[in-house]
Design a binder for this molecule. Sequence first.
Ligand SMILES: *[C@@H]1O[C@H](CO)[C@@H](O)[C@H](O)[C@H]1NC(C)=O
Ligand SMILES: *[C@@H]1O[C@H](CO)[C@@H](O)[C@H](O)[C@H]1NC(C)=O
Ligand SMILES: *[C@@H]1O[C@H](CO)[C@@H](O)[C@H](O)[C@H]1NC(C)=O
Length: 496
Amino acid sequence: MWGVRRLALAALAGSSALGVALRTGDNATDLTLLSIREAAALIQEGSLRATQLVEAYLARIDTVDERLRSFIYVARDEALAAAAQVDKDIAAGQYRGALHGIPFGIKDLYFSGAIPTTGNSRLDWGNRTDQVAAVITNLEAAGAVLIGKMDTGEFASGTVKLYMDLPHDLAANPWDLDRFAGGSSTGPGAGVGGRTTLLAVGGDTGGSVRLPSAACGVQGLKPTFGRVSNYGAISNTWSRDCAGPIGWNVEDLGYALEAMGGYDVRDSTTVKTAPFKFDPIIPQDLSGRRVGVVNISSTDYAGLQPAMRAGIENVISLLQDNGAEIVPTNLPSKLAEYNTVGSPISNVEFHVSNWDLIMSDPAAVGQGTRDRLSRILETTAVDYGEARKRALEMTSELEELFRDFEVLVLPGTFYTAGLFSKPKEISDFMLKTAMVPASITGHPALSMRAGFDGELPLNFQMIGPLFDEAVLIRYGMFLEPLIDGVGPRRVPKVLG
Ligand SMILES: *[C@@H]1O[C@H](CO)[C@@H](O)[C@H](O)[C@H]1NC(C)=O
Ligand SMILES: *[C@@H]1O[C@H](CO)[C@@H](O)[C@H](O)[C@H]1NC(C)=O
Ligand SMILES: *[C@@H]1O[C@H](CO)[C@@H](O)[C@H](O)[C@H]1NC(C)=O
């Protein structure tokens, strides 16, 4: 049993200083600093209109996004129209819940009907105005307002080598505009860190939600494979692609995942399991709870930056200080083996999904995509079959660990975000990580802030049992205030 505190939406409404400030027209409060629960409480009680909140984000985009480049397309008119409808519905007593009126941006890899989709590619995707990705439909059904399409690597390919040849220039890191924001959900990470959106949706095939979250100092969740529908998404590697939420708070991810997830007959990789229900509860302490922690002194983690190591050690101390029992463990396989198993799978699946389209106009795609496609030449059918077989075994081996503890704590990236001018820093950031194992096995994984090294965010990762995102979110919500400290949200100096 968990001793818990439950956070009610109403806890903030009515008496809140912010609610009073908004009612009296004092606009000193920056609406882009609100969490989903804070904004929802104000929207529900009528002291904040969805239109005001959307306008605040559009104004923020106008002020900073020329430098940040988080959005490929800002759906200004559509967002204002949707927000006006939300305000009408709420005034008529049809309040739908925490996401009603909450602005979100999405990686430009998900088809969005009349709102254009480019996949950050010069390829012609054809006229897909009738196609709307399931994640967008689901979030909109919960009342969330799509404000635009966010920067991505072409076909969601994680950028290891920067060719700078895509139609939309890579988003910058909000904490240092000369640095990489991680990939491939670059815009979602940069946008949440730089507050051009409250909530963002990315896609994670080998770390693409967690890497930009780590680079940009925000929280990102890769759900269990099969939790969220990929209908309407441009495919990278179909046996691993996972849409996942990115937010400033872990709690925001819980609200988002509840709306995003669920079985979808149009995507047979979704699993007919109990839908994820978010219960915003925080454990009182962790006494008697068992947490697995990998050995960060083992050779697998050699090269972990000292500041990153200190950040993770601090998280482990916080767990211990709050009563958790630390169970020393390791991933069942070496990090290198997960990478080896991943390559043939992504080579073949990327090729099968995208070859025809790319060959329709090979000159239109970037060098990164061409590099990627050429890797099919090194992969045989037997390599692919063996890798798929081994991946299934790896899923069982990792799941078995959770007999002994509830969550597994491990590093995310080994390094803070690299400088654009230093190619080695970019490739080290992307490649020297522990992000791939959960992608191979399908397990849910949460990337979280672990403090800062100067202005640069540190990160760590937690993996949970299959389909138990709830336990990750619960640990995340417990640790977050301890890691971040109390007081106002930290904002990037360079953007304000
Ligand atoms: C609110 O902002 C507007 C526009 O920036 C300004 O003209 C107005 O004086 C502000 N109101 C308050 C109460 O600060
Ligand atoms: C896409 O299809 C719609 C509806 O059939 C049509 O109105 C529109 O002109 C088409 N757009 C393009 C770019 O072909
Ligand atoms: C962690 O790995 C290091 C280096 O291999 C080793 O010396 C140490 O004993 C390990 N710690 C645990 C708890 O296994």
